[in-house]
Design a protein around this ligand. Sequence first.
Ligand code: HEC
Ligand SMILES: [Cu+2]
Length: 352
Amino acid sequence: MKEWMGKIRTLSLFSLMVLLLSACGKENLTTFIPKGYGAEESLKVITISTIVMAVVFIVVMVIFIYVVWKFRQKKGEENVIPKQVEGNKTLEIVWTVIPILLLIIIAVPTILVTYDLADQSEIDDSITINVTGKQFWWHFEYANEEIQTSQDLYIPVGEKVYLKMLSSDVVHSFWVPALSGKMDVNPDNENTMYIQAHEEGVYWGKCAEFCGDSHSLMDFKIIAVSKEEYAQWVEDLQNVNKDVQPETTTAQEGQAIFEQSCIGCHAIDNTPSAGPNLSNFGDRTTIAGVLEHNEEELVEWIMDPNSKKPGNGMLGAPYLQNKGEITQDDAEKIAEYLMQLKPSEITPNSAQ
Ligand code: HEC
Ligand SMILES: [Cu+2]
């Protein structure tokens, strides 16, 4: 094969990749379509820095190409040395002052935004949520409201919601690109940030710090609903009653098995638990943050969580070690039961 054909092949592959990748990024999962205060301010800083960098790059490149061309070695002038400019005071001052000015243009907004986003003056008057990052899921405790949830975090639109974050194992990072920047979630020292959504909607969150096998599957959602809906949701969740009998007999049987094999790790009321809180599992947007929310997937998850999310904490489940203790049939019954756990009328759909 001729050499140029190989080059053309690489080039076309590369262009195809650029084209494909440029379509990556979902709405509600991108910094470039900010839907909240933190993301908006961050985008301003990103834009200013990018413009400054682009201008510097272009100016330097233009001068560089011009100089290389102008002072190239010409025929018959091999020994000509052009006029030397070292020690030229004006030039020295110009290229010292310009970078200083550019740095000031970047530094001032960056520092202002950094301090603004770290502001905690209203922390005790606003909604404050204790966030716990765990391999590979997120737990949310509404301290004042005395509610516990996992994976899907409900917030009222427009309001500042403070997050106090800790990890129960390794370092994670809480990131909802459309709403705000990243924040490290550490095992020992609590980090705090606030989020504020301008519009109702479901925003995608990601763990942004490599934390183990299923790091890339450690997804979660922020669900911003109207203030009235939020108040209603809080009330509904506060009134969760774990003793309510499900409607169908299959689900009742599922409940009985659940209470034997699963309740050790999963709460279905507002008590703390080692695994995700499932009191509103029927309203979840996903199973375990990444699977489609339907009974089929749920049965597969219960039978073999490791195949869906390698290394996750449900592996420690005693029934998984005594294989066969939970049969396919049992899992189907449990799935029907769990899907019926819908204590609130307010669901992610009301946020669309
Ligand atoms: C040893 C503790 C443990 C036991 C026992 C256990 N689980 Fe889990 N479960 C977990 C952990 C930890 C996760 C989170 C996994 C992840 O996403 O990383 C989880 C996740 C789940 C999820 C997804 C939750 C969500 O918010 O999307 C469901 C559903 C679930 N478990 C159902 C069950 C059922 C049903 C049983 C009993 C048959 C059970 N679990 C037994 C620890 C346990
Ligand atoms: Cu993580």
